[in-house]
Design a protein around this ligand. Structure first.
Ligand code: DGL
Length: 250
């Protein structure tokens, strides 16, 4: 299987990391719209337009599947993207919701959704969780986490202060949905903040869980072909990819 992974920038590499760990694909083609990131502060129509442009980009490759690693795009543009492509498209919101309901024992569980402003405003996670009977949900836009991660601040004082700022009025959650590509990189710090009995839902792992339910994978690809594209500065994306994914030569 040949898969395309789309994100607004570098964050979707966290999803690629999960795909690589599970050795599901023969070839992974990553496209990050680094020229126009962040999407999380843009409006619905712009996000849909960018999503459709990504579909056009992927038409250059014969893909078996497109994974939308970006939560913001998954929250707004999946239907339109599906109408305009030739292969299946899956997104992280759907996968994250399914992973959350599988991880929780009770519908009374307290769920905290973290994401960009656009993702939180879309209510995509809340509505889907409501459909499964979960109603104790809080959501918090935590946009500052994105630049902090990009500055490689994964722990320490600044991050703790940012947690205090965002979480001061939040009920202790049973599960936190890391509803943004960047947040898995600070999952240890978020886990420490809420305590070890809080479950963290990671988009990449949720996607793998959904893929393994939906498709039959007969091979394990230990050294898949990887191609990284970006709308701006692809060299910088490749160098971050080699660091985050721990691959020497890309
Ligand atoms: N990739 C985005 C997401 O997962 C975060 C960065 C952005 O705002 O574009 O929502």
């Amino acid at each position: 299987m040949k898969v395309g992974v789309f994100d607004s920038g570098i964050g979707g590499l966290t999803v690629v990391k999960s795909l690589l760990q599970h050795q599901l694909f023969e070839e992974i083609i990553y496209y990050g719209d680094t020229a126009r990131v962040p999407y999380g502060i843009k409006d619905k129509n712009t996000i849909i337009r960018y999503g459709l442009e990504a579909v056009e980009f992927f038409k250059n490759f014969e893909l078996d599947l497109i994974i939308v690693a970006c939560n913001t795009v998954s929250a707004y543009a999946l239907d339109e993207m599906r109408e305009n492509t030739y292969c299946p498209i899956i997104g992280v919101v759907e996968a994250g919701v399914l992973a959350t309901i599988n991880a929780l024992n009770s519908k009374d569980s307290q769920i905290l959704i973290l994401g960009t402003k656009a993702t939180v405003n879309s209510n995509a996670y809340n509505l889907a969780l409501n459909n499964f009977g979960f109603t104790n949900i809080e959501s918090q836009a935590t946009g500052l986490f994105v630049p902090l991660v990009e500055e490689e601040i994964y722990s320490g004082k600044i991050l703790q202060e940012t947690f205090n700022h965002y979480f001061k009025n939040i009920n202790k959650p049973n599960a936190v949905i890391l509803g943004c590509t960047h947040f898995p990189l600070i999952s240890n710090a978020i886990g420490d903040y809420f305590g070890e009995d809080t479950i963290l839902i990671h988009s990449g792992d949720a996607i793998v869980e959904q893929l393994e339910k939906k498709f039959t994978f007969t091979h394990q690809y230990t050294s898949p072909k990887l191609k990284f594209f970006a709308s701006e500065n692809p060299e910088s994306l490749r160098s971050i990819a080699s660091k985050w994914l721990n691959i020497k030569q890309l």
